[in-house]
Design a protein around this ligand. Structure first.
Ligand SMILES: *Cc1c(COP(=O)(O)O)cnc(C)c1O
Length: 360
């Protein structure tokens, strides 16, 4: 179906599949729980799941995300990364065959209060130092034993932790977390899962039985510098739009809200159909690269809700309707994020609902 929107996010299903294969190549001994929370980082949860159907399972954060996958007919394993928060949700999760993260005593109690013969697959989370979700090291052994004794829980729970600083190859916190997890789980039966994208790519000992890559599946680097392409990944999303006006301003004139950008020379500028209402980051600074007709040109002035302005003085020709790429293979989203003081995760899952997604 052809949408009338000038701005659209074009998702390359072949790139998603390539990135999944890349994760397998890097972690050949691990099963892959593909993380597709937050609408598959803005790529569209159902089409992304279909493209990634070869994964060993899907991880989501919200109950409704799992239901959307089941409603679309997907029968894959689905892990709720934060588990369930009420008896009703637990019953519905068992019904939908969702696998549950168990990270708190409240969740253990919900499982212990379950009646009937429902069975669930459980993953149990150790807080090895991130201090977000998970059982503390000193309470983990007891929590694990209670979970194992629970008649509603299948076989052995998978033992999980999450890295706080895996994206920083020199940060000693990761080594400390790996050691803490190893000693907390020593001798306990069950598969292990530690690595997010940064773990997969930078911390071989974090790969274990299951990896949980998110960002890298979308072709984007989890590290503070460099791009997905440099890691053998292919960016899956290209955010495309068009030029909607071209005009000339004189040296000394200002452009946009607050007059925050002043022309230092006579300037030809293009107005482009993209703004923070579409999820283009409002914090983007003048100089952020934008691709017009295949050439890089700098953003000027403030990002508006529906428009941005770009200096096209150095382009030979510019016309209304010229194609624009805001990010994608030629303008890495990592680079745009850096210019906005943001991170790639934020830009991708911030693409707003009014932007049509096209997957092909
Ligand atoms: C989001 C998330 C991941 C994936 O993280 P990336 O950095 O995007 O690879 C893995 N595990 C958990 C628990 C998560 O919440």
């Amino acid at each position: 179906m052809q949408s009338q929107s000038l701005i659209r996010a074009v998702v390359d299903a072949a790139a998603l599949r390539h990135n999944l294969r890349q994760a397998r190549r890097v972690a050949p001994g691990s099963r892959v729980m593909a993380v597709i929370k937050a609408n598959a980082y803005g790529h569209g949860i159902v089409p992304a799941a279909k493209a990634l159907a070869e994964a060993d399972g899907f991880a989501v954060a919200r109950f409704g995300e799992g239901l959307a996958l089941r409603a679309a007919g997907l029968t894959n394993r689905i892990l709720l990364l934060e588990g369930v928060f009420s008896a009703d949700q637990l019953a519905a999760a068992a019904q939908a065959r969702f696998e549950l993260m168990v990270h708190s005593f409240e969740q253990l109690e919900l499982l212990e209060a379950l009646t009937g013969d429902a069975q669930v697959i459980a993953w149990i989370k150790v807080d090895s130092g991130m201090n977000r979700l998970g059982f503390r090291l000193d309470e983990f052994g007891a929590a694990y034993e209670r979970l194992r004794r629970n008649v509603h829980v299948h076989a052995e729970p998978t033992l999980v932790t999450h890295l706080a600083s895996g994206d920083d190859r020199r940060n000693p916190q990761t080594r400390r977390q790996l050691d803490a997890f190893a000693s907390a789980t020593s001798g306990l039966a069950g598969a292990r899962s530690i690595a997010n994208s940064a773990g997969v790519l930078a911390w071989p000992t974090s790969r274990a039985d299951w990896v949980r890559p998110g960002l890298m599946l979308y072709g984007v680097s989890p590290f503070p510098s460099g791009t997905g392409a440099e890691l053998g990944l292919r960016p899956a999303m290209t955010l495309r739009t068009e030029v909607i006006a071209v005009k000339d301003v004189k040296a000394g004139e200002t452009v946009g809200y607050g007059g925050s950008w002043t022309a230092s020379r006579d300037t030809r500028m293009a107005v482009v159909a993209a703004g923070y209402g579409d999820g283009y980051p409002r914090g983007s600074s003048s100089g952020t690269p934008v691709l017009i007709s295949g050439r890089r040109v700098p953003l000027i002035g403030r990002v508006s809700m529906d428009m941005i302005t770009v200096d096209v003085t150095d382009l030979p020709v510019v016309a209304v309707g010229d194609p624009v790429v805001l990010w994608g293979s030629e303008i890495p989203v990592e680079e745009v994020a850096a210019h906005a003081g943001a991170i790639a995760w934020d830009l991708l899952c911030g693409v707003s609902q009014r932007v049509p997604l096209e997957i092909g």
